[in-house]
Design a protein around this ligand. Structure first.
Ligand SMILES: Cc1cc2nc3c(=O)[nH]c(=O)nc-3n(C[C@H](O)[C@H](O)[C@H](O)COP(=O)(O)OP(=O)(O)OC[C@H]3O[C@@H](n4cnc5c(N)ncnc54)[C@H](O)[C@@H]3O)c2cc1C
Length: 418
């Protein structure tokens, strides 16, 4: 019998995780990744580290190169898929050529969303999603420059930190405050102070009203009427899923609707990562959750199901891990809970660190931490995802988070094994 032909559109973290999962289940399957980029696979989340040379280009591509060789994966570069022809089980490239598949994964990620700004010409701005975006920006940053970053999410904050560290003069323009969706105002203030200490400037509660080119500079007008003159403008105001021309898969909140096996409504077609609108862990609502851990997990689940296993996705859990200058912050799960709601909150603070745990009656549902350097967010993510009962251990979890979380995981493992 011929081996199954798995075709994966994309070569990002979701695609690679899927390819690994397929290969684990099926040693003989044909696995092909197709990407419109010209490079080996890489993770966009580490691109900021290239800006201050904490990471080299060789290191960026090392994992992808090694995985392709070890797992015998075929990579097709510089080919953009224009359409999925599900009736003939083919994808059609922009060149007009077609490629057949038995099982297809759409892992096309997301692209920067550019807001409407008066007078803005596309060639006046930089975005930061792909290696080629990095190259374009890096080429122009020959000297110490003034850079404005419009946006307040992970990409904006990480790029701003690395550009500051590389000696550029950076101003962040934020429509509200930095990483507002993930961190409490107290922790956001710590982050903002860290930027100020390192020469960064932040303009919160401001939008970018207009842009005007003045010789080789850009004059930016903010909504509070402040004028900034900068060398470069980086726009990082969010992302939108990269859809492929196919009206037959329902789109929810911009992403492709998938079920708990990462399957779409079309036979043998799956979607995973930033492009997918998968069910939420908490309420089953379908929406994209464009963060790295979920892209990897969804890719893994999709790959296993494509290879014939039956594996269910428990749903996306929002989260964020950030090391910014000397501060490290993370949030996992439901963190924006108001006091007086049905959730119970325990908090502790000591010196420059703090920990907040949020519980329902039985389980942990959210964690926010500042400078708890010995605790990995993954430990809490596991407690939440596995719904491990913690009722009697809430105070202990706050007092000795790392030890208690690990012990609870082990205890649960033993109970399940009995
Ligand atoms: C600068 C930056 C920093 C980030 N930091 C973090 C972080 O700290 N923590 C975190 O959780 N997340 C972070 N993220 C988000 C994280 O990188 C994404 O969630 C993750 O990359 C999603 O993986 P993916 O495989 O779904 O998509 P992507 O990584 O975007 O990969 C998509 C792939 O599809 C290909 N493609 C797209 N359309 C087509 C087409 N039509 N034909 C062929 N190929 C196509 C692309 O070329 C690419 O290979 C960051 C992202 C960026 C850009």
């Amino acid at each position: 019998m011929d081996s199954c032909k798995h075709l994966i559109i994309g070569a990002g973290p979701a695609a690679l995780a899927a390819a690994q999962a397929i290969r684990t289940c099926d040693k003989a399957a044909g696995i092909t990744l197709v990407t419109r980029e010209e490079t080996l696979p890489y993770s966009p989340a580490v691109l900021p580290y290239l800006l201050n040379e904490e990471l080299t280009e060789k290191e960026l591509f090392a994992k992808g190169r090694d995985l392709l060789a070890a797992l015998k994966i075929n990579l097709i570069c510089c080919k953009e898929v224009a359409a999925v022809l599900h009736e003939t089980k083919e994808v059609k490239f922009t060149s007009g050529q077609c490629q057949a598949y038995d099982k297809l994964l759409i892992a096309t990620g997301a692209a920067p969303q550019i807001p409407a700004i008066e007078n803005l010409e596309p060639d006046q701005i930089y975005t930061f999603r792909t290696f080629s975006d990095f190259e374009k920006l890096h080429r122009t940053l020959t000297d110490k420059q003034t850079v404005a970053i419009y946006g307040a999410g992970l990409v904006a904050v990480e790029a701003a930190e690395k550009l500051c560290m590389a000696g550029h003069r950076v101003t962040i323009i934020a429509r509200s405050s930095l990483l507002r969706k993930y961190f409490s105002p107290k922790n956001v203030a710590v982050l903002e102070q860290a930027f100020s200490r390192h020469g960064g400037r932040i303009r919160t509660n401001n939008t970018l009203a207009s842009v005007r080119k003045v010789e080789d500079k850009l004059e930016l007008m903010l909504s509070n009427n402040e004028k900034l003159v900068v060398d470069r403008l980086l726009v990082a105001t969010g992302v939108t899923p990269n859809l492929i021309d196919n009206d037959l898969i329902p789109v929810i909140e911009g992403g492709l609707k998938v079920g708990r096996h990462m399957e779409t409504n079309l036979p043998d077609i799956y979607a995973a990562g930033d492009v997918a609108a998968a069910p939420s862990f908490y309420d089953g609502r379908n929406a994209p959750c464009p963060i790295l851990p979920e892209a990897v997990l969804q890719g893994k689940i999709a790959g296993a199901n494509m290879a014939g296993k039956v594996v269910e996705y428990s749903g996306w859990i929002p989260g964020n891990y950030l090391r910014c200058f000397d501060e490290s912050l993370f949030s996992v799960g439901l963190t924006g809970i108001q006091s007086g709601s049905r959730y119970k909150t325990l908090e502790k603070q000591a010196g420059g660190s703090s920990l907040k745990l949020i519980f329902t009656d039985d389980c942990l549902v959210g964690v926010e931490a500042l400078n708890m350097k010995l605790i990995h967010p993954g430990v809490f993510l596991n407690l939440i995802r596995k719904k491990i009962p913690v009722t009697e251990y809430q105070e202990l979890l706050l007092a000795k988070p790392r030890e208690t979380a690990c012990w609870l995981m082990l205890k649960q493992g033993k109970t399940q094994a009995v």
